[in-house]
Design a protein around this ligand. Structure first.
Ligand SMILES: Nc1ncnc2c1ncn2[C@@H]1O[C@H](COP(=O)(O)OP(=O)(O)O)[C@@H](O)[C@H]1O
Ligand SMILES: [Mg+2]
Length: 414
């Protein structure tokens, strides 16, 4: 097994969490002080005759798997599943409670925004500091320096303390440093969520390049299309345990199928869709949708004042912000004139939505009383791949674009 670069055996991480008597896992400082005032000795000793004061909480439990050189592993799972904890252990930022991790080589990590960089130091100083932490010599760093700065697009701010950077600049620089310093294992935790679309694309490309160079990448993301595009394998963590590990499409599909589905993306109050209109409802179903299936939609608006809806369309975007489709709703009778207080709903279906498996953002564009507005990220539509034909291994999602077309095989002739 000389090709195994990371081996994880029986990994467990326990946190001790102070518990309040109400049974909440976390407790505010005020609770703690109130508790201390009423029972000072119990608080100090950490034991009690009544309620337990600490809870053992296992963020990871008996997780084992191996990673081969050059693998790109996506780590998926819901919030709190233990993904960041796993990456922190791999990065040696925190110690496991049980089990062990063996890594053959040098690890570079990009964890939450805010780790790794020193806020008072300039961009330039932080590059050298991080490089030194990663064990690079000054000469090596100097050689890579211009490339890092160019990739991060921070040249004008190199001598500015990073605490003055926007979160986007900060992430770009942190990513550029980690990805260019030729680690054997590159660990990236959800940072892509922060960058803009073009940087996301660029950093996905860079991770791909790093892996083609034979290096190993571990990548946590909620963006399933990015995971499918980039990763060869995936690990699904569920409440601290390993739910599944294997080829990326298998694991991602199993994970998506397991989910409870939000049917609507609206927060509690109506969304101001245009100066004259509130959006009351925005439902898509089913979600997840099987590729090629029927997608039902239900939108409702209420006029704040007399207005005319002249255009309305659902807009579907790929995770990399590429517009995939406009579903034009003008046939509902636009232009539609509404009096103040009127509601208008748009309910219907698209008979077939033949998208490649992944997560798409759905929103709408609207023109009312001459005012145009787009609302692009109202819902995430999860699309599951169709079952593969018997005996045929599907192409990896990264090769499949966004449209999944249905095949009809003609009978063979003579
Ligand atoms: N330092 C800590 N102390 C106590 N609990 C923690 C600590 N760090 C993480 N946790 C808990 O461990 C669980 C896993 O967290 P995390 O690894 O951040 O999950 P994920 O990255 O998958 O969202 C969560 O329930 C979280 O609240
Ligand atoms: Mg996390």
């Amino acid at each position: 097994m000389s090709d195994t670069v990371v081996s994880i055996e029986g990994l467990g991480k326990r946190y001790r969490v102070r518990r309040s008597q109400s049974g909440d896992r976390y407790q505010t400082l005020r609770d703690t002080l109130a508790h201390a005032a009423s029972a000072p000795l119990r608080w100090l000793s950490g034991t009690s005759s009544g309620a337990a004061v600490f809870d053992d909480f296992w963020a990871l439990r008996d997780v084992s798997f191996g990673i081969s050189r050059g693998d790109v592993i996506g780590i998926v799972g819901r919030n709190g599943a233990g993904k960041s904890t796993l990456l922190k252990i791999l990065s040696r930022i925190t110690e496991p409670t049980t089990g062990r991790v063996t890594i053959d080589g040098r690890v570079a990590s990009l964890l939450e925004v805010g780790t790794g960089f020193h806020p008072e130091l300039t961009g330039r100083e932080n590059i050298f500091l991080n490089a030194a932490i990663l064990g690079m010599t000054r000469a090596e760093t100097t050689r890579k320096f211009d490339e890092i700065v160019a990739f991060a697009e921070v040249a004008p701010f190199l001598d500015t303390p990073v605490k003055r950077y926007s979160s986007g600049m900060y992430v770009r620089l942190a990513f550029a440093v980690a990805a260019h310093l030729e680690p054997d294992v590159l660990v990236v935790d959800e940072v892509l969520a922060v960058g803009d679309a073009s940087f996301q694309k660029k950093s996905l490309g860079k991770m791909h390049e790093v892996s083609r160079g034979g290096r190993t990448v571990l990548f946590v993301s909620h963006n399933m299309a990015a995971v499918q595009a980039l990763c060869t394998r995936a690990v699904w963590l569920d409440q601290g345990t390993l739910a599944r590990e294997g080829p990326v499409s298998e694991v991602v599909n199993a994970y998506l199928r397991s989910g409870e589905q939000p049917t609507t993306a609206l927060p509690g109050q109506p969304l101001r869709a245009a100066p004259s209109l509130d959006l009351l409802r925005f439902d898509l179903s089913p979600n997840p949708l099987t590729s090629g299936g029927r997608l039902n939609f239900d939108l409702a608006f209420r006029a704040r004042e007399a207005t005319t809806i002249s255009e309305l369309a659902l807009l579907i975007y790929s995770p990399l912000e590429v517009r995939v489709a406009i579903l034009d709703l003008r046939p509902f009778g636009c232009p539609i004139a509404l009096a103040a207080g009127d509601t208008q709903s748009f309910r219907g279906a698209f008979k077939s939505v033949p998208l490649v498996d992944g997560e798409y953002h759905v929103g709408f564009g609207l023109r009312a009383s001459g005012h145009a507005a787009d609302h692009l990220r109202l819902a995430v539509l999860r699309v599951l791949g169709p079952p593969p034909s018997a005996g045929i291994v599907p192409y990896a999602p990264e090769y499949r674009g966004v449209v999944e077309m249905e095949l009809e095989v003609s009978p063979a002739h003579g």
